[in-house]
Ligand binder design. Structure first.
Ligand code: AMP
Length: 215
């Protein structure tokens, strides 16, 4: 199963992805996590991406497409969930072409729909595990122990781009550059919308129901 998960920053893509990959045994391919890993390893790509990421801007398409095409080509047969990619119509059409060349296609596009104000509250309260990529919230999804990852990785952090200053910019970029990707898929394979304002378990329940109906 090859899945694209769309949604504004803070819609809960990371959380839902972790649940989907656990249940269906898929590879989680998060462009944001891969970029953060590149930065941690101080690679050329990581250095190029740094200033875009810290200001909430999108990293240029050519860098992202190359990076994600590489990650997808190494993915196991079982499939993957794309999280944070594609984020522009250009990226979506490059993804279609890369998959087509490999005799593959996206099976389903899931879209988490959310209000901007909820996004701001969620993102500024979000805490992430820099080791396993786990995502928590200081109010809505507390870790078992304050400030620590439930999987024993250690201290949780607030990502530099999860601060209030950067959130507005990320939302503006989402509306201008990424929302058109929803339209791109609506015009091709179709999109399943989910109201992402509710409880995490309720949303995953609906997502699982949809995915079960496909397999
Ligand atoms: P995320 O963790 O998905 O919110 O991504 C964090 C940051 O990485 C974004 O604000 C962008 O600067 C960059 N990024 C991640 N995925 C992409 C993408 N598909 N296209 C461009 N930039 C991206």
């Amino acid at each position: 199963m090859r899945i694209v998960l769309l949604g504004a920053p803070g819609a809960g893509k990371g959380t839902q992805c972790m649940r989907i990959v656990d249940k269906y045994n898929l590879l989680h391919l998060s462009s944001g996590d891969i970029l953060r890993q590149e930065r941690a390893n101080n690679t050329e790509l990581g250095k190029k991406a740094q200033s875009y990421m810290d200001s909430g801007a999108l990293v240029p398409d050519e860098l992202i497409v190359k990076m994600m095409a590489g990650a997808i080509s190494n993915a196991p047969e079982g499939g993957f969930v794309l999280d944070g990619f594609p984020r522009t119509v250009n990226q979506a059409s490059a993804l279609d072409k890369a998959l087509e060349a490999a005799g593959q296609k996206i099976d389903v596009v899931l879209n988490l729909v959310i209000d901007d104000q909820i996004v701001v509250d969620r993102i500024t309260g979000r805490r992430s595990c820099p080791v396993c990529g786990g995502v928590y919230h200081v109010v809505n999804m507390k870790p078992k122990e304050d400030g620590l990852c439930d999987k024993g990785c250690g201290q949780l952090i607030q990502r530099p781009d999860d601060t209030e200053e950067v959130v507005e910019n990320r939302l503006a970029n989402y509306h201008s550059q990424t929302e058109p990707v929803v339209g791109y898929y609506k015009d091709s394979i179709g999109v399943c919308d989910f109201d992402a304002a509710g409880a995490v378990d309720d949303i995953s329940g609906l997502v699982f129901k949809k995915l079960d109906s496909l397999s």
